[in-house]
Design a protein around this ligand. Structure first.
Ligand code: M6R
Length: 609
């Protein structure tokens, strides 16, 4: 999604905001632009394409300024062109604006503005917001008052940052649903950005701007008001990770770095939550609430949805707790049957996914208890849910989610054990599960040792035009996630389904040399897979099987076998298999020369519908 950054202070603001927007590249974008004052005018430079295109034109001018705003756009209204790129400028008012989100009533507002003589350059909803602010500003009020008045006319989800030529050393910003964070610098500098990653080299002190708050950022301080102009206090906090953790740390891509971080991520995720034989999750519902809960709805998108499917497998198998998993985008427009005794669990790395937020609002309207499993502290979902469990995975920069998925699955297992404890279910051997969890970081570490083998296999199959991902039970869920990884970063079409479904249709796609990847970690039904494997081989398909290193039953059957460390629990046995499959996707994408960290057409945080 779009990235926003603004800076006022002693340094060269142009250099600072360009550095900040680089750190937001992971959000995905297709054009960038910058505004800064020069000789009493706002200089605005915008370019479609990569940030390097913008940097080249900025470098030609070699500007210096103490106030600048910058934007990376992910096109929604209008193609990714120079003209549609932000900042948008209102000539009459001499202000520039950058925007993240969507203005729903922009067409009617634009018609009205055109009637009043406003001329538009772009097809965007954002330019309309610039003119609405401009119209108010021309009434002679301070910029922040113009922003407050404008916001009252706009409908939608948005965050803006605005600058005026006539009010130097001032950046005004407002938040309504789209994320915005203030960074408090030392020695006469302050800043704002879509998230804290952008500002980590400049400060560790932050505050989340809440909905309907307007902040005036100057070198000397930050003044925040509500939409009526009344001062409000912001709660500041110190970021708990440093700039290094948001950088590549020697790896070629963030994705590979994040795959390798997974043993530590699991450790971090378990930290403070395991005692000798039990799980301790603080700050959740009281005991009688857990007794009452008789159904779970898990609501999420993409990878987080796949983690939700693992949750369903676990909760139904371990707790006999009926669990449904919903795509947020379907749930929000469906007619979900929500009983008062149900629990809605929202899984989200970013905590800002628009569809998940809307689904959350729907549950709140139905007065259903809500629980978030979220990575980003201070994000919208984390703040809106009744209770939250953080995945503690650290910043995930690569668009393709890896470590967040594993952390989500681990939190779901912690939650399952917690529920078993609360519901006093003697049949659940919680002590064994706790031990299996404790050993899991080492298993993930061992799985990383498969990198060389996965690289070789990736080389062999990098030219595939279709790859199958198959399995049964938990392995079938992992197959979905593995397939998503491959298609999103290597642009290879995939077919994923429970292995038993193959002969009901997808088998028709198998051809000479087609790669079929089988998750075969489930000991109880491994035999059933053998006939599925044979069906594929009989049609010329090539089988790669992932199985436990204590099993040799597939050694003579599959053409390639990847041996995984056993984890003393079927859920974790399946989960650990995602590690080599993430590497398979990574190396196939690398072989094909794909961008990997920022796949085409995709954004890290999908903050629009
Ligand atoms: O931030 P969220 O977890 O809510 O994001 C949900 C999906 O957009 C996300 O998992 C997406 O599918 C990933 N790019 C997949 O790698």
């Amino acid at each position: 999604m779009c990235g926003i950054a603004g800076y006022v202070g002693q340094r060269n603001a142009v250099d600072v905001v360009l550095d900040m927007i680089k750190r937001l590249e992971y959000r995905g974008y297709d054009s960038t632009g910058i505004a800064f004052p020069v000789d009493g005018e706002l200089r605005i430079l915008k370019r479609a394409g990569k940030l390097s295109e913008l940097k080249a034109v900025v470098d030609d001018e070699n500007p210096s300024s103490h106030q600048a705003i910058v934007h990376s756009r992910w096109a929604t209204h209008g193609a990714p062109t120079d003209l549609n790129a932000h900042p948008h400028y209102d000539h009459g008012a001499r202000i520039a604006l950058i925007h993240n989100g969507i203005i729903e009533n922009y067409i009617e507002l634009k018609e009205e503005l055109v009637r009043h003589g406003h001329i538009f350059q772009s097809e965007t909803d954002s330019e309309v917001a610039a003119h609405i602010v401009g119209q108010e500003y021309q009434e002679g009020v301070p910029l922040e008052e113009a922003v407050r008045r404008a916001v009252k006319k706009l409908r939608g989800a948005f965050a803006f940052v605005v600058v005026s030529v006539d009010e130097p050393d001032k950046v005004v910003c407002v938040r309504n649903a789209s994320p915005l964070v203030i960074g408090f610098g030392k020695d006469g500098e302050n800043m704002v950005a879509s998230d804290i990653t952008a500002m980590l080299p400049y400060t560790k002190q932050f505050a989340i701007l809440e909905n309907d708050m307007v902040a005036v950022v100057t070198p000397d301080g930050v003044k925040v008001t509500n939409l009526n102009g009344r001062p409000v206090d912001l709660e500041t906090f110190e970021a708990n990770y440093d700039v290094k953790s948001a950088e590549k740390g020697g790896y070629d891509h963030f994705m590979l770095k994040e795959i390798h971080e997974q043993p530590d991520v699991v450790r971090q995720c378990l930290a403070g939550r395991l005692s000798e034989k039990t799980v301790t999750l603080d700050g959740l519902f009281s005991d009688h609430v857990w007794q009452e809960i008789d159904r779970v709805n898990i609501i999420a998108c993409g990878t987080a949805y796949h983690a939700g499917l693992m949750g369903k497998y676990l909760f139904e198998k371990m707790l006999q707790l009926p669990t449904d998993v919903h795509f947020s985008s379907e749930f929000r427009y469906g007619e979900p049957i929500l009983s008062p005794r149900s629990l809605a669990v929202f899984i989200s790395q970013s905590g800002e996914t628009a569809d998940s937020l809307a689904a959350l609002k729907l549950c709140q309207q139905h007065r259903i208890r809500t629980l978030g499993i979220v990575n980003v502290v201070g994000s919208s979902i984390a703040r809106e849910v009744d209770k939250v469990l953080f995945t503690q995975a650290g910043p995930e920069i690569s668009v393709a989610s890896t470590k967040a998925y594993v952390a989500q699955a681990i939190v779901l297992m912690l939650l399952g054990i917690h529920i078993a404890q609360k519901k006093e279910m003697p049949g659940v051997r919680t002590a064994d599960l706790v031990q299996a969890l404790r050993n899991f970081p080492d298993a993930v570490q061992e799985a990383l040792d498969l990198e060389g083998q996965m690289q070789e296999i990736a080389k062999k199959f990098a030219d595939s035009s279709l790859v199958f991902f198959l399995g049964r039970r938990a392995d079938a869920n992992i197959a979905l996630e593995a397939a998503l990884k491959l298609k999103e970063i290597a642009y290879i079409p995939t077919q994923e389904c429970p292995a038993g479904e193959m002969k009901h249709g997808p088998l028709a796609l198998i051809d000479q040399g087609t790669l079929a990847v089988f998750g075969a970690t489930d000991k109880e039904i491994r035999e059933k897979l053998v006939s599925n494997i044979k069906e594929i081989q009989a049609r010329g398909g090539h089988v790669l099987a992932l199985t436990g290193n204590d099993d040799d039953s597939l050694d003579k059957i599959a053409e390639d076998v990847v041996k995984l460390p056993p984890c003393d629990d079927p859920y974790l046995d399946a989960l650990v298999s995602i590690v080599p499959l993430q590497m398979l996707a990574y190396y196939m994408a690398k072989e094909r020369g794909c961008e990997i960290d920022q796949p085409r057409n995709l954004a890290k945080s999908v903050t629009v519908e």
